[in-house]
Write a protein that binds this ligand. Structure first.
Ligand SMILES: NC(=O)c1ccc[n+]([C@@H]2O[C@H](COP(=O)([O-])OP(=O)(O)OC[C@H]3O[C@@H](n4cnc5c(N)ncnc54)[C@H](OP(=O)(O)O)[C@@H]3O)[C@@H](O)[C@H]2O)c1
Length: 364
């Protein structure tokens, strides 16, 4: 098949929280060829009234229609923000081959593993596939890549994603609701002796004193940060906690039952519907910064620790996607399938506006 592509950048799920943010940034930069895609003409034209004339709005009624359109119309770049990544990520990434570039915000271990498994096909097709290009995955992956550079395989890695963001007036949204319900259904995960091992969701409760003087709690979730840290370090034992995990004692006590109930398809559908429609109120972010944190231990007794500081985690997520699109545009992205710091090195985190804060001796 020919690798001829248009010069268009398609944003699927553009009417959502992240889609609106990345569209605004790219238009402000004067990027041309933006095509904003959603399932409702009315939502598209209302949401993007301000951008009329600078972008193309395109209604595609379902995921199936989006996939067929990517295959037949051959955009150069696809930014997948429609969520449900277990079903949507791999088919869309494959539809970008040959010659196209794909990026998403997938954040579960198995989806990231399936995307990275496309590496051979993507190289052969002169394509680039990037999964997990947001605060989630990159904030900890960049630290692990940086701390492990030039060192032997560590024995243990502890990583923590401690996001802080200001919610907007609106609703939670379907894509985010699916991610949250998936987390509750899967339960917690850690790597033990190289094997992804179940632990109770909300276990490994930790309280962090952050470098900015504030504190935050976090606990275990089954997130793709584990996959990226394993890939970056090769460590047999890896723990990941998130400030988004339930940390209140009462809620943690109900999670095992909730997890069992959500395996029933009818319960899952009901929970996603209710959560997606739940109203969000505009509020300031709870802490001044979002932080990624990593501690890496080696068998010789060496320990290295570092933090990544970003501002609002949702803004930072949009900034990471924009930084990745810049790399696509510049032609400096490696061919293949990767998580973001594996593709571009930890520099992609600072290109998106974050700062590394080392504990103890500076990392070379
Ligand atoms: N890795 C990270 O750090 C990170 C950070 C933020 C978000 N995320 C993830 O990124 C995704 C996007 O987040 P978001 O907050 O922008 O979500 P959102 O506000 O719910 O937006 C997603 C958009 O996709 C469309 N959509 C939803 N379900 C769809 C489906 N089944 N088929 C086709 N289109 C669908 C909707 O638009 P229409 O209804 O108008 O078509 C919706 O506006 C979510 O999965 C979220 O969990 C990851």
């Amino acid at each position: 098949m020919s690798s001829e592509r248009t010069n268009e950048i398609w944003i699927l799920g553009a009417t959502g929280n992240v889609g609106r943010a990345i569209a605004a940034r790219l238009v402000a930069e004067g990027v041309t060829g933006l095509v904003l895609i959603g399932r409702s003409e009315e939502r598209l034209s209302t949401t993007f009234a301000d951008l009329a004339g600078s972008v193309t709005l395109k209604r595609l009624a379902s995921f199936g229609d989006m996939l067929a359109a990517v295959r037949s119309e051959r955009p150069r770049v696809v930014v997948n923000l429609i969520g449900s990544y277990a079903e949507t990520a791999v088919p869309l990434a494959e539809a970008c081959m040959p010659g196209g570039s794909y990026v998403d915000l997938s954040i579960d271990n198995s989806t990231l593993a399936s995307l990275v498994d496309l590496d051979h096909d993507a190289r052969a097709a002169d394509s680039i596939v990037i999964g997990g290009a947001g605060f989630g995955v990159l904030a900890t992956e960049a630290l692990v890549v940086r701390l492990c550079a030039g060192r032997p395989t560590p024995t243990r890695v502890q990583i923590d994603a401690l996001s802080s963001y200001a919610p907007e007036e609106g609703v939670v949204g379907e894509a985010f609701a699916v991610t949250s319900v998936d987390v509750m259904t899967i339960g917690g995960r850690v790597y033990r002796n190289g094997v992804l091992t179940p632990v109770p969701l909300g276990s490994n409760l930790r309280t962090h004193k952050l470098p900015d003087g504030t504190t935050v709690k976090s606990a275990a979730v089954p997130s793709g940060e584990l996959f990226a840290a394993r890939q970056a370090s090769g460590a047999p034992n890896i723990d990941f906690t998130s400030a988004l995990a339930p940390t209140a004692t009462l809620i943690r006590a109900t999670l095992p039952l909730m997890s069992r109930l959500l395996k029933l398809p009818s319960m899952r559908r009901m929970m996603i519907r209710q959560m997606a429609a739940a109203k969000t109120k505009k509020a300031p972010r709870p802490r001044p910064f979002s932080w990624g944190h990593a501690v890496v231990d080696w068998s010789d007794g060496t320990t290295r620790e570092a933090w990544l500081r970003a501002e609002d985690a949702m803004d930072y997520t949009a900034d990471v996607l924009v930084a990745v699109v810049h790399r696509f545009q510049a032609g400096t992205a490696p061919r293949g399938a990767f998580t973001p710091a594996a593709a571009f090195g930890p520099e992609i985190a600072t290109e998106a506006g974050a700062t590394f804060v080392d504990v103890g001796a500076a990392v070379a």
